[in-house]
Design a protein around this ligand. Structure first.
Ligand SMILES: Cc1cc2nc3c(=O)[nH]c(=O)nc-3n(C[C@H](O)[C@H](O)[C@H](O)COP(=O)(O)OP(=O)(O)OC[C@H]3O[C@@H](n4cnc5c(N)ncnc54)[C@H](O)[C@@H]3O)c2cc1C
Ligand SMILES: NC(=O)c1ccc[n+]([C@@H]2O[C@H](COP(=O)([O-])OP(=O)(O)OC[C@H]3O[C@@H](n4cnc5c(N)ncnc54)[C@H](OP(=O)(O)O)[C@@H]3O)[C@@H](O)[C@H]2O)c1
Length: 270
């Protein structure tokens, strides 16, 4: 039984080795001065569902370990783990992560968490994934899950950032549909990149909420959000989640609440 995300607490653990494993950083990619990807070793016993997150820990200068939740970017069958992180000015965890080097240790809690997974939904043929900023992370893992490609007729991804330089993983997203296991279904994936603070040819340039409200997102993607077919996962900025919830509710979509199946589920990043 998974621990519900709502019971997640920050704070020190007794000792990293009790509840977590020590993993080694294998690679670091710096997308901008505020965005970083860290790849680590993966303990063979660590299992997760695409879309879930782990609590990861980094040694603090003052002794102890600083813990934060992070979605897994990597596929659940990859030998490594990958995390995509914002670097927040003065952020206790992320400023430490920004200084990390290959070979350093990251702790990964043995228990994964979270319900931003497709297994929560009853039915549905179109999987809509809406992300702002680093909220793209869980969808990168979900998009590399062969079961998702088999289960859904259409995979629709909208990913909003302020500036084009922050549209991390866009080449990887384009490449997924051509990857060996997915290529025969490659046409299922449609990607709508959104850049809100500069005009980029071929990319949408207004907020997700506005695009959902007036139907431009659907027009651009070429598929309506149909109440019978659509299941939606939404991740990132908490204000965006509140605003999107309002737009979707006004359009007649319902949150998926476990005992009352619905159309959409959200994950707040802060
Ligand atoms: C379930 C869950 C999964 C998460 N997964 C990720 C992930 O995959 N990648 C990731 O970068 N973060 C993720 N976060 C946020 C992450 O846990 C930390 O908050 C973040 O790394 C900053 O840590 P910090 O200690 O530096 O600053 P904190 O003290 O934790 O945060 C300080 C402030 O920074 C801002 N902030 C925090 N996180 C973000 C963010 N991701 N994007 C934009 N602004 C932010 C908020 O204003 C916040 O109040 C997740 C959070 C939750 C609850
Ligand atoms: N990215 C930067 O250059 C930068 C610089 C300094 C500080 N920061 C800080 O870093 C943190 C994260 O920045 P971020 O750019 O990763 O995340 P962000 O502020 O959540 O922005 C990411 C995307 O989400 C959109 N968005 C934000 N709120 C929304 C809402 N209510 N409805 C619909 N769309 C919404 C943004 O559009 P809009 O552009 O319309 O907001 C943008 O396209 C913030 O706390 C920010 O103050 C970022």
């Amino acid at each position: 039984m998974l621990t519900p995300a709502s019971t997640f607490r920050r704070g020190p653990l007794p000792a990293p080795t009790d509840k977590a494993t020590a993993e080694r950083i294998l690679d670091i990619r710096r997308w901008t001065d505020k965005l970083i990807t860290v790849r680590t070793t993966r303990n063979v016993s660590f299992r997760f569902q695409p879309g879930q997150f782990a609590r990861i820990g980094i040694a603090s200068d003052r002794g102890g370990t600083i813990w934060r939740p992070y979605s897994m970017v990597s596929a659940n069958y990859d030998e490594h783990l990958e995390f995509f992180s914002i670097i927040v000015p003065n952020g206790a965890f992320s400023t430490k992560l920004a200084l990390a080097s290959v070979g350093d240790t990251l702790y990964v809690e043995k228990q994964p968490y979270g319900y931003l997974t497709t297994s929560r939904f009853v039915g549905g043929q179109d999987l809509w994934m809406l992300a702002t900023g680093t909220g793209i992370a869980p969808f990168l893992s979900i998009l590399r899950d062969p079961e998702v490609w088999a289960q859904y007729d259409n995979l629709l991804l909208a990913y909003s950032v302020r500036h084009i330089s922050e549209l991390a993983y866009r080449n990887e997203i384009a490449a997924i549909a051509q990857d060996e296991p997915f290529a025969e279904h490659g046409h299922k994936l449609r990607f709508a990149p959104i850049v809100t603070r500069e005009a980029v040819p071929g990319m949408l340039n207004r907020r997700l909420t506005d695009l959902l409200h007036d139907g431009e997102l659907e027009k651009s993607i070429g598929l309506p959000i149909d109440a019978e077919r659509a299941r939606m996962l939404i991740c990132g900025n908490p204000q965006m989640l509140d605003d999107v919830r309002q737009v979707l509710t006004a359009r007649g979509f319902r949150p998926d609440l476990g005992r009352a199946p619905g159309h959409f589920a959200c994950e707040n990043y802060w």
